[in-house]
Write a protein that binds this ligand. Sequence first.
Ligand code: ADP
Ligand code: MG
Length: 627
Amino acid sequence: MALLQISEPGQSTAPHEHKLAVGMDLGTTNSLVATVRSGVADTLADEDGVHLLPSVVRYSANGDVTVGSNALSHATTDPLNTLASVKRLMGRSERDLTALEGYLPYKFTRHESNVPRIDTAGGAVTAVEVSAEILKHLRQRAELSLGGELVGVVITVPAYFDDAQRQATKDAATLAGLNVFRLLNEPTAAAVAYGLDQKAEGVTAIYDLGGGTFDISILKLTRGVFEVLSTGGDTALGGDDFDREIAVWLLKHAKVEIDAQAGQDHQLMRRVMKEARRVKEVLSTQQEAHISVRLNKADDFEITLSRNQFETLIEPHINKTIAWCRKALRESGVEPTDVENVVMVGGSTRTPYVREKVAEFFGKEPLTNIDPDKVVAVGAAQQADKLAGNNPDEEMLLLDVLPLSLGIETMGELVEKIIDRNTVIPVTRAQKFTTFKDGQTAMRVHVLQGEREKVSDCRSLATFDLTGIPPMVAGAAHIVVTFQVDADGLLSVSAEEESSGVNASVEVKPSYGLTDIEIETMLNDSFRHAKDDMQMRQLAEQQVEADRVLESLKSALAKDGELLSEDELAKIEQCKSILLAARQGDDSDAIKQAIQDLESDSEEFIARRMNRSVQQVMKGHRVEEFE
Ligand code: ADP
Ligand code: MG
C-alpha cells in the first residue's frame, strides 16, 4: 500500500508554485481574459467555449445584472437598460458628455460628484460600475477555469488614455475585487504578444480596428522600453461601419425605405444589421456570401454580395484609417519603410481588404498569426505572469512611458511642464518655484495634463493649497514641487517650502474621478438603494398602466358609449374617479387595485363592443368564409 505524503507546515510541496495571474482586455465592444499555462498564453473560454465577452451590461428593475451575450440579446428590445460601449465614458466628466451624447443613447442623471450616471431600471450607474461588472464576470470565468483565486491582473487601456481614464479603469478593478499589478497600454500588450519586447530595438506600428474605434500607435523599442512615439485614430470608426454599409446596400436593393425612428422598423433594422454582420464575417473567408433576410411578413429577401462589391463599400472607411497612419508616422518623424513590424489588432482586421491596404501602405506584410481579437489579452497575460513572479529566471520587465505631459499652472495662466510625455515610468521629478508677491503666505498648486501651453487647453487634474509659508519678499521663498508617477501612470504631487519645511500634498484623483470613500459608499449604496429604486419603479409602472387604461376607456366610451345603460355608465364613472385619485398618490398597490376594479366593471362593456365590431365585419359575409 502506498503511503500518502504530507509536507511540513509552511513548506510548499511544489518546488516552484505557479501563481494564478491573468491579463484582461477591457474593450469597447468585446472583453477577454487570458492566462499563461505551461508556458503558453491563451484566452479563457466560458462554459459554452466562447472566448469573446460582449462588453454589454443589462440592469433590470428586479435588481438583476446580466453581462455579455445574455445582455446583448436585449440591446434592441430594452435599449435604455442595456449598456454598451461604456468604455467611451470612462474618466469622463459631465462636461465631456455633450460630445458623446450623440452615439450613447442613454438617460443621464446629474450628480454632485460630477461623475455622469446613467439612469437604468436597476438604478443610476457610473461607467466605472458598469466596467466593474464586466471585470467581475471575467474574474469569475478565470477563477472557475483555473480553480483558485487570482493573485493579480494586468488590465489593458488605450495608449491615449489620460490620468482620469486610467484611474477610472483602476477603480473599476477595485470594485470588481481585483488586485491590479499594473495597467498596460493596448498596443504595447500586442507588441509583447509577438515577442517584440525581446528584441534589442526597432519601430513597430500597431494597427487596431475594433467594432467602433480605430487606433494607430507607433512604438519605439529601446533597451526594453516601449516608447509611444505617436498615437492617432478615430473613436467613431470600426467594423460597425462595415455592417452599416452592407445593411444600406441591402435595403437599397430590396427597395425598402427605412424610418429608423419608427418602432416596427427597429426590429427590422436589427434583423438586417445582424445579417449584415454575419455576411461581413463570411466574406473574410469566402469570395461571396448569400444573404437571406425577412423584410416583410410575406417572404425572405435573397441576394448575393461578392467580396469585390463589399470591398468597394468599405474602401472609404479603410482609406480613412490609412490617412491616420500617415499622420501618425509624420508626427513621429518615421518613414513607412522605417517601420520594422506592423501588428494587426482588433476583430475587423480579419477582413482581408484591410490587411491588403495596410500591407500596401507600410510596404510589408503585417503580423497576423496571433488571433487579432485575442492578441492584446495574450500580451497582458504574459506580463501578468511575469509580475506574479512565475518566471524567476527572467528579470527584464517591460517599462512603459507617460502618455501625456504633466505640469502645473504658473503666472499668466501658463503651464510649466514638470514631466514630459514619453518619460519612462515610474518616475519622480521636482522643480522649484517661488512666490509672486511680498509677504505671500499661501500658494495654489494647479496640476495639469496635456501638451499645450495654456491652462485652458490642458486637462485640469487637481488643485491644492500650500499654506503657512513664512512671509518673505517676493522671490525669496523656495518651494519645491515634486511629481511622482507610479508604474500605472498615476500621479501624486507634493509641495514644500524649503526654509520652513511647511508642506502639502495630494494624491491626484482627478476632480471628476471617484475617491476611495466614494467607491466604498457606492458599493454600500447599491445594496441599500436597490429596494427604494424598485419601489419607485413599480409606482412609475402602475402610473403608466393607469394612464393607458384611462385613455383607452375614454376612447371606448366616445365610440360605443351608447352600449351602456345609465346605471352601468355611472358605475364605470365611479371606478374611473377612484383610479384617477389613486393615480395622484404614491401607493402603487392602490393604483393596481383601482385598475383591476375598473377592468372588472368594464368587462361586460368590452364584451358588447367586441360583439358589435364582429357583427360589423361579418355584415354580408358568412361565418365559413372566415374559417
Ligand atoms: P473592440 O476592441 O472594440 O472591443 P474587437 O476587437 O473585438 O472590438 O472587434 C469587434 C469587431 O470585429 C466587430 O465589428 C466584429 O464584427 C468584427 N469581426 C469579428 N470577426 C470578424 C471577421 N471574421 N471578419 C470581419 N470582421 C470581424
Ligand atoms: Mg480592442
